[in-house]
Design a protein around this ligand. Structure first.
Ligand SMILES: C[S@@+](CC[C@H](N)C(=O)[O-])C[C@H]1O[C@@H](n2cnc3c(N)ncnc32)[C@H](O)[C@@H]1O
Length: 338
């Protein structure tokens, strides 16, 4: 057995993980990073601006300063660091919404991880009494936070995806479950001859239009509301599914993929953007996100053979997997409609 004198301290740090999640959540929810954009401020002023209890807010900010989220100067005022700059709203790739989602519904669902491990069922449904996407459909604030979370992560990853894959040959690109359209907007802006179709459930596509207009794509990107378990828009050259298949079990995933297959012409390409779980004992973030999928959606991250099996079942030929390790370990899994 290995012995290591630092093990108790390491374990203590791991055990405190949920403290960090919650303290970052609280400053994100209060919008403190936005208030510090103009320069350092004293915690008393921040307490007035946020309607919080000044001594307690000071204690929170002081704790955040020791983990590098804010900086505290000798006069006691607080300023942004590189980490808290990521919590500023309305910057490309903002992580504020992600911090809020982590501290609210996701946090409560993770509180019942034990339930998921004992039963193999979704802790989210156990806690909230309904599936995740149904909950979003019924809770506008949670849905807005989720869509902003996805927009932030798409904005972070888009440039690397565009650099890794040649979209230039495609006349029409369909983004299936494309959320508010951050990824398709970046791809269309980098490929001015292409047209796009953004497809998602109607309550999400309603919010997507404004984003596409702001990106100057009102004319080049059609917005279609629908249900990918029924059908997806036809006639695309590329069908993009970014973080879609990992939301669903194998049976439902194959239904989505078959609906794409039906909509595609021979030679059209399917691009899944997902984390591919490496074999055996290789370290990978995908093994943690796999549990996130179990807890929230009863689904999973998959290995290459598992993706191969899904594509085979829907009639696609898996042509290549392009790793994009620099953006949260994503890969592009390309399938061809044969
Ligand atoms: C994990 S998000 C991914 C969003 C986006 N593709 C991205 O990478 O940022 C999953 C998306 O699937 C959409 N979705 C869920 N169920 C759907 C359905 N039945 N039909 C169409 N879209 C659906 C959600 O609204 C959400 O936008």
């Amino acid at each position: 057995m290995d012995t290591d004198d630092t093990a108790p301290a390491t374990l203590s740090e791991m055990l405190r993980g949920y403290w960090i999640t919650q303290i970052i959540y609280v400053v994100a929810k209060l919008g403190i990073a936005d208030l510090l954009e103009g320069g350092p401020r004293m915690s008393d002023e921040l307490a007035i601006s946020t309607g919080t209890h000044a001594p307690s807010l000071y204690r929170l900010l002081r704790a955040l300063a020791i983990i590098g989220v804010f900086e505290q100067d000798e006069k006691g005022s607080f300023s942004l660091t590189a980490i808290s700059r990521c919590l500023v709203s309305n910057i490309p790739g903002s992580m504020r919404a992600r911090a809020i989602a982590n501290g609210e519904e996701w946090y409560r669902a993770w509180g019942d991880l034990l339930y998921s491990v004992k039963t193999g069922q979704k802790a989210f449904d156990y806690v909230f009494g309904m599936p995740f996407f149904q909950y979003l459909a019924q809770n506008t604030p949670a849905s807005e936070i989720f869509n902003e979370t996805m927009t932030g992560s798409s904005e972070q990853g888009a440039a690397a995806i565009i650099a890794a894959y040649d979209f230039s040959w495609a006349k029409t690109i369909v983004d299936v479950g494309g959320g508010h359209g951050a990824l398709i907007a970046s791809i269309l802006n980098a490929n001015p001859h292409a047209h796009g179709i953004l497809f998602d459930v109607p309550q999400v596509t309603e919010g997507a239009r404004a984003h596409l207009v702001a990106a100057g794509l009102a004319e080049r990107c059609e917005v279609v509301g629908g249900d990918f378990f029924q059908a997806v828009p036809s006639g695309g050259d590329i069908y993009l599914l970014s973080w879609i298949i990992h939301d669903w079990d194998d049976e439902r995933s194959v239904t989505i993929l078959k609906n794409c297959y039906q909509a595609m012409a021979s030679g059209a390409r399917l691009l899944l953007i997902e984390r591919v779980v490496p074999h055996d004992n290789e370290p990978s973030l995908s093994k943690l996100y796999d549990l996130h999928m179990l807890v929230l959606l009863g689904s999973r991250e998959r290995t290459k053979p598992q993706y191969q099996a899904l594509l085979d079942a829907a009639g696609f030929k898996l042509t290549t997997i392009i790793p994009i390790p620099q953006v949260s370990e994503r890969s592009i899994i390309e399938g061809m409609r044969v």
